[in-house]
Design a protein around this ligand. Structure first.
Ligand SMILES: Nc1ncnc2c1ncn2[C@@H]1O[C@H](COP(=O)(O)OP(=O)(O)OP(=O)(O)O)[C@@H](O)[C@H]1O
Ligand SMILES: [Mg+2]
Length: 292
């Protein structure tokens, strides 16, 4: 099973959102990482055939998804970045409704709805209306609806947004169980999510795919370029304006900072083992490392 992008480009009026993306995906987990506006949602919407690229094409098992139409969409599970569900429905009603739309027969629907509710940990809340759900609970309903039809291609646009730490871990577990025979692509800003779950990371910058490699391979590129140093509080701004800072911890007497730099930034700087948070800064600068 393969999903292949051939020179996929997309332009919205005056905005070039994707620039000739070439890439081939097979079963496994892909983390799509990039700052706000990099083109992640655009790429994912193209992969689920809700947006037709202005150039290039997507092939599923070597056939264009636009030609496959419904038979491709049947294989898909998709969580959009903005997912609301219907607030007057309970989670169970909503999932049954989606199962119906996806063409599942009544018996299969009952079994699958129960199964996905349990997977996302919403069994006990399943008879509550969605309007009474918290943001994170709604997100989990969104993940559940994407899993209903046992998709072969699972596309999740920022699935961890709003999830608490234990729910993030639960999601990792769900995804790794599916990964053997499912192509899973998730976008996120939460670098640690990708570090622990992704077989490969796709780095998207200004509409271009700048890297596609395993976390380990990417981190190897940063070898000897990450430093820790303790600086005085009043020296801090000198460093934050001169170097990409991937982490900063305020102590009473000084500040511990992590710097990504080819050159040693300070006499007392110590080389340290690269982590994913450093990778983000290396490729995208220190402007957007938020974990929300
Ligand atoms: N419907 C649209 N009309 C015009 N421009 C758009 C539209 N959707 C996205 N864009 C632009 O395309 C670019 C890529 O947007 P996209 O939503 O794909 O980014 P993203 O990586 O998903 O960002 P985020 O992390 O904020 O979700 C941005 O410059 C955005 O302003
Ligand atoms: Mg987006």
């Amino acid at each position: 099973m393969t999903l292949k992008l051939e020179k996929v480009s997309h332009r919205y009026k005056d905005q070039e959102a994707l620039k000739s993306i070439d890439c081939e995906l097979s079963p496994g987990i892909y983390g799509l990482l990039g700052p706000n506006g990099a083109g992640k949602s655009t790429l994912l919407r193209i992969l689920v055939d809700v947006l037709v690229p202005t150039n290039g094409r997507v092939l599923y098992n070597n056939r264009a998804i636009t030609a496959l139409g419904a038979s491709y969409r049947e294989q898909l599970g998709y969580l959009p970045q903005e997912f609301h569900g219907y607030s007057q429905f309970t989670a169970e009603e909503f999932l049954k409704y989606v199962a119906n739309l996806k063409g599942l027969d009544a018996k299969t629907a009952r079994v699958r709805v129960k199964h996905v509710l349990a997977l996302v940990g919403l069994t006990s809340a399943s008879r509550k209306k969605l309007k009474g759900y918290s943001g994170g609970m709604r997100r989990r309903v969104g993940i559940a609806q994407a899993l209903l039809n046992n998709p072969k291609v699972l596309i999740l646009d920022e699935p961890t947004a709003g999830l608490d730490p234990s729910e993030r871990i639960r999601l990792r577990g769900i995804l790794s169980q599916l990964a053997q025979d499912t192509i899973i692509i998730l976008s996120t800003h939460i670098v640690s999510d990708i570090e622990y779950v992704a077989d490969e990371v796709l780095l998207l910058k200004e509409g271009q795919l700048i890297e596609k490699a395993s976390p380990r391979e990417l981190l190897a590129k940063l070898d000897r370029q990450v430093w820790t140093v303790q600086v005085q509080h009043d020296e801090l701004s000198t460093y934050t304006t001169s170097y990409p800072i991937s982490n900063l911890q305020l102590q009473e007497e000084y500040v511990d900072i992590r710097i990504v730099s080819q050159a040693k930034p300070h006499d007392a700087a110590q080389p340290t083992k690269p982590r994913m948070e450093d990778l983000y800064v290396y490729y995208f600068g220190s402007g957007d490392t938020s974990s929300s």
